[in-house]
Design a protein around this ligand. Structure first.
Ligand code: NOJ
Length: 750
């Protein structure tokens, strides 16, 4: 029995093996400077540091400059351009009483001008190093335009594709999100925050935002502490350990307390348990929104509750500016609290080197933005993000000797939409679409283009005739369907995840031509595409691939690159199955096929029966369309010989897990070897499977590689409601190609 031994984890720390602690350490000299500055500041100047404004709030250029001169502006968001930013910074540094530089924030989520795939796509690459490089591109370009701080990464574990912001996330899995969180922070921040090529990152939205009820944005979340600590907090802890400079408190109500006023998450966990000493910024007006939540009766109470919880900087709303004086007079808060928060903000400004180098080199942008190096990284990132879902008769890759292809669909030549959500600075003029890239690759004479539908939403089928003609005179149809960029992202939740507009009819019309169909889907989330599986020969899921999505797709379709992406989310067959994720609990009555009767098989007037007594849907069953971790290649891989260095693990030990991987196909390709475990019995029920490690490995045709992964007891710890524990007992282990298929073995912890 496991409960006979219980190993308490000292210090209540969440472990993620992949994450090393590299948090910047407070240095004495800086702390002294911070103290000195604060001792000279008036309350107005302190509140100025705690305020972040959007430029529209100042009311004009003169007012902006005056406010900065008076030391009333700590930060501005939504302002870009080195010249303009330098102009304002000069006023802050040279004309304000204390010369404190402003920090400029911006949503640089997946690229600044060179747009890389949406974060969900980056997560599909399962390539942390490449993800880091992509974020470094974003950082370098944004920094060259005067931006000091991005509001990224978004590391909310997201299990509901109806939620538009799943596009900005790393998907449904805690471990993968944790790996990506660290990679993204490192990409944005590099090794040295004061390097002019790096910017401060922001772990958001702390915390639980991805669990919004029904996938409706901004909605309520209920997450018990054990689930919060086991599933939702680890990516944030990883970001903190990776030295993320800032956190953003979210919009959601968590267990009855909005996270922007939540002392448990902001104070107890973030500050006391994790020792985070950077800055916490609210989300846009999320302090004032605590009034609408019903958690504060006015801006004064909202400001008080955010201060009590530990939000240092207020984005856009004025609860602090308008009420802190009164709160101090009434003794509800102390000046020491205000000083501490101002100190957190100044510390980030010092770490960014803003006091020593407040200005941006105005010649930098030209050399940096859309450089060949950046575009090459964007292409590689797009390429690795694509997931091959189906490839009947190995229709892909197509041969370049093909006579001609029809390039059809609303997303075949949609330079704006292929950039995806949360793009403020990317320009469609710089985007290369599949149509352009295919024309370049094959020559214009071989490409018959007709979009068929003007947008992904339109029901106007006037373009069908031209599309059918293009298909009929071609040897294959490359059909680009999905959703426009504006259909995912913040406040863009959907209740229906089928193809919109007349896209399904366009697919049908293409099928009727009898030509082979390669369906490329660009979308910010999983769509419900079961029907398309029966109709298309090949399906390549391309998310929103960004600036270089076109060339990356053209090259992959014609075999210059080989798909290696794996799903970072489970694909449901139908919306009614949501939430559906691979690492669910087993229930007392787990579903299996021997105990499932499809609705159509139930006899009419059947007597009251419980039809197998298991947890399933009569119509949709219990399995997803595609499991988490799924993704095909042009080549095939064979797994064999799963070995453990020991069948038992000490509570402070680890084992080596190895497997033989053979490339049994014709192409050199990369496979993501995935390691899952199940803790069979515990003091708290555990998921049926959990990803605990993976390796992306390149293998040549015919080549065999030994892949070794380390699994430590620390990877198996969990929060049991009271403590972090590693419990002795029996575990299943699988190593394989996705969360469903894998070689099995077992081990135990002593
Ligand atoms: C609101 C969004 O929730 C957040 O992610 C973003 O960073 C801010 N607005 C600033 O634009």
């Amino acid at each position: 029995m496991k409960t006979t031994f219980l190993f308490l984890i000292i210090g209540l720390l969440i472990s993620t093996e992949a994450v090393a602690t590299v948090s910047p350490v407070k240095d004495e000299q800086t702390e002294k400077k911070i103290e000195e500055l604060i001792s000279k500041m008036t309350l107005d100047e302190k509140l100025g540091q705690m305020a972040q404004f959007d430029p529209y709030q100042f009311g004009g250029d003169e007012q902006t400059k005056q406010a900065i001169k008076e030391g009333k502006v700590g930060s501005i968001l939504n302002l870009v351009g080195a010249k303009r930013i330098n102009e304002l910074q000069r006023i802050a540094v040279e004309e304000s009483r204390l010369g404190i530089p402003i920090i400029i924030g911006r949503d640089v989520i997946h690229g600044y001008r060179t747009i890389t795939p949406i974060p969900l796509g980056m997560a599909a690459s399962w390539n942390a190093e490449l993800t880091s490089k992509a974020m470094a591109v974003a950082a370098e370009e944004a920094a060259s335009e005067g931006v000091h701080w991005t509001f990224a990464p978004m590391i909310d574990v997201s299990r509901d594709p109806r939620w538009g912001r799943i596009a900005e996330s790393c998907g449904e899995d805690t471990y993968l999100s944790t790996v990506m969180a660290k990679a993204m922070v490192q990409g944005f921040q590099g090794d040295d925050l004061s390097d002019p090529k790096t910017i401060a990152a922001c772990a958001k939205h702390y915390v639980g935002y991805g669990a919004a009820e029904g996938g409706r944005d901004y909605n309520t979340t209920y997450i018990p502490e054990n689930q919060l600590r086991n599933d939702y907090l680890p990516p944030f802890k990883a970001a903190a350990d990776a030295g993320v400079a800032t956190f953003m408190s979210g919009f959601n109500d968590l267990n009855g307390v909005p996270v922007t006023g939540n002392e448990f998450t902001l104070k107890t966990i973030l500050r006391e348990e994790w020792g985070f000493d950077g800055m916490v910024v609210s989300d846009w007006a999320s302090i004032a929104e605590m009034i609408a939540h019903g958690y504060a009766k006015d801006t004064k109470e909202a400001g008080y509750k955010a201060l009590r919880a530990g939000v240092d900087m207020e984005m856009v709303s004025r609860c602090y500016l308008d009420n802190v004086q009164e709160l101090l007079d009434e003794g509800k808060i102390e000046m020491a609290t205000i000083d501490k928060y101002v100190g957190n903000i100044l510390r980030v400004k010092f770490r960014l080197g803003l006091f020593d180098h407040p200005y941006t080199d105005e010649t930098l942008a030209e050399k940096t933005i859309l450089s060949e190096k950046n575009k090459a990284i964007a292409k590689e990132a797009a390429s690795e993000s694509f997931v091959l879902l189906q490839n009947k008769n190995e229709i892909l890759p197509l041969s370049k000797d093909i006579n001609s292809v029809a390039v059809i669909g609303p997303l075949a030549d949609a330079p704006h939409d292929q950039m995806g959500t949360w793009v403020f600075d990317g320009k469609k003029e710089n985007t290369v679409t599949p149509y352009t890239a295919l024309t370049e690759l094959l020559g214009a004479g071989k490409v018959n283009f007709a979009e068929g539908l003007a947008t992904s939403r339109t029901k106007n089928t006037d373009g069908f005739e031209a599309a059918i003609q293009a298909a009929e005179k071609s040897d294959a149809v490359l059909l680009f369907l999905g959703e426009e960029s504006i259909l995912s992202g913040e406040a863009h939740s959907l209740a229906d995840l089928n193809f919109r507009g007349a896209q399904s009819q366009l697919l049908d019309a293409m099928v009727e031509t009898g030509k082979p169909i390669v369906l490329v889907i660009m979308a910010g989330r999983q769509l419900t595409i079961e029907d398309a599986l029966y109709k298309a020969d090949a399906i390549l899921y391309a998310w929103a691939p960004g600036t270089m999505g076109g060339p990356a797709l053209a090259e992959m379709i014609f075999g210059e690159t080989v798909p290696s992406g794996k799903l970072p989310v489970t694909f449901p067959k139908t919306v009614g199955q949501i939430p559906i994720y691979y690492n669910h609990k087993n229930t007392g009555r787990p579903a299996d096929y021997s105990n499932w009767t499809h609705i159509d098989e139930i006899p009419v007037e059947a007597g009251q029966t419980s039809l197998g007594n298991t947890s399933h849907y009569l119509d949709a069953g219990f399995e997803p369309l595609f499991p988490f971790g799924y993704g095909l290649s042009y080549t095939t891989f064979e797994y064999s010989d799963l070995k453990l260095s020991s069948k038992t693990m000490e509570a402070d030990g680890s084992i080596e897990v190895s497997v033989t991987l053979k490339n049994t196909g014709k192409y050199e390709g990369s496979e993501v070897v995935q390691l899952y475990i199940r803790d069979r019995f515990a003091s708290l029920t555990r998921p049926v499977k959990q990803l605990k490690g993976y390796k992306k490995v390149n293998v040549k045709p015919g080549e065999t590689k030994q892949v070794t992964l380390m699994l430590s007891a620390k990877d198996l710890e969990f929060f049991n409601g009271t403590d972090y524990v590693i419990e002795p007992g029996d575990f299943d282990i699988w190593v394989g190609t996705n969360s469903k298929d894998g070689l099995h073995n077992e081990f135990s912890i002593n």
